[in-house]
Design a protein around this ligand. Structure first.
Ligand code: OGA
Ligand code: NI
Length: 349
């Protein structure tokens, strides 16, 4: 307890309850949020249809194809994860963020290769603009291999987050299978690779912001993953709508739904047919927003390539192969918060 007061100087500005935003958090005027973005028209896909017979399954597969080629984003209901599991996952994250600073700082690191890492903004210390979030990231699949490295406080963290991780990992396999089927590939095209692949759990905490019009919780980016499953306690996530001149749209809050992002590696697999969704996080001045993003990809060194079945004379290969490790190496030397460079751009042929 005695170290709490001493360590407040280690807190980032967003954790200090300031009444203004320090200038190194201000994004350039052209990138500032309007805070009144219209809601996005996000497809709400009922996964129960996957198991109700061939007609129903193909209707679901068809809506997934539409959503992935259009926005690169959809929400799912009847996803098979019990509400008690999603709520306990969110509570575990929330309780971790409420711990005294000294406890959280044990996990602080600027090394993006660390399997467990706490931080503020994107990369601490090196990036030019800071963003109004704190995060805890850790590897999670299989959870039995990684749980020993996770926080031991709060005392229920490992059990509750472990359950959330293993359930989202199963959902990721189901979704991958539906996505590959929707591309005209087999439903088990990547099942084994995702089952044995990487799962990175990022818990995000966005404290209330005194001047939410000046800064962002996260800058525009796409996820490197094949797909990301996101659970949030309130709105704040915005996606770029390429059907509407790339304007920003707020993702509506649907009780019990989980958000699914198509990531860079599925854009690559599809050879550009599917879109890796560009998204950002806007803030509010009242309420702490908590989200858990579960990023699923192939193994650390396993390269994702465009599917050979989708390449021919009329559709030449558009992307280079790349792995999760390649992404980490990219992240460690680039400041993605400036919006000038993205991992996906480096893969385009
Ligand atoms: C992320 C992310 C969005 C959110 O962690 O990559 O985009 O709503 N999070 O917190
Ligand atoms: Ni993201």
């Amino acid at each position: 307890m005695e170290s709490y007061e001493n360590s407040t100087e280690c807190l980032s500005a967003q954790e200090k309850g300031l009444n203004h935003v320090p200038d190194y958090y201000e994004v350039p005027p052209s990138q500032r949020p309007t805070l009144n973005s219209p809601f996005a028209d996000v497809p709400l896909i009922d996964l129960a249809g996957l198991y109700e017979g061939p007609t129903q399954r193909s209707a679901v597969i068809h809506s997934i194809r539409q959503a992935c080629s259009n926005l690169g984003f959809f929400q799912v209901i009847n996803h098979g994860i019990d509400e008690s599991v999603t709520e306990k996952g969110l509570a575990a994250a929330e309780e971790f963020f409420k711990l005294p600073a000294a406890e959280k700082l044990k996990f602080k690191s600027a090394d993006v290769h660390k399997p467990v890492r706490y931080g503020s903004s994107l990369k601490d210390g090196t990036d030019k603009i800071q963003f109004w979030r704190v995060f805890l990231k850790h590897y999670a699949n299989p959870w039995k291999d990684w749980i020993q490295f996770w926080p031991q406080k709060p005392p229920t963290y490992r059990e509750n987050m472990g359950l959330y991780c293993s359930e989202t990992q199963k959902l990721a396999v189901t979704l991958t299978s539906a996505v590959t089927e929707s591309l005209g590939l087999t439903p088990n095209y990547l099942t084994q690779n995702i089952q044995d692949g990487m799962q990175v759990i990022t818990s995000n905490c966005y404290p209330p912001c005194p001047q939410p019009q000046l800064t962002l919780g996260l800058p525009p980016h796409s996820d490197y993953s094949c797909l990301t499953i996101l659970h949030q306690n309130t709105t704040g996530l915005e996606i770029k709508d390429n059907n509407d001149n790339g304007s920003w749209k707020l993702v509506p809050f649907v009780d019990g739904a989980l958000q699914v992002h198509i990531g860079d590696h599925f854009e690559v697999l599809s050879n550009g047919l599917y879109k890796s969704v560009v998204h950002r996080v806007v803030l509010n001045s009242e309420k702490t927003r908590i989200s858990i993003a579960s990023l699923h990809s192939l193994g650390l060194d396993e390269k994702m390539e465009p599917a050979l079945e989708l390449i021919d004379e009329d559709h030449p290969k558009k992307y280079k192969g790349s792995s999760f490790k390649d992404f980490l190496n990219f992240l460690s030397v680039n400041d993605i918060g400036q919006g000038k460079i993205s991992f996906l751009d480096t893969l385009k042929i």
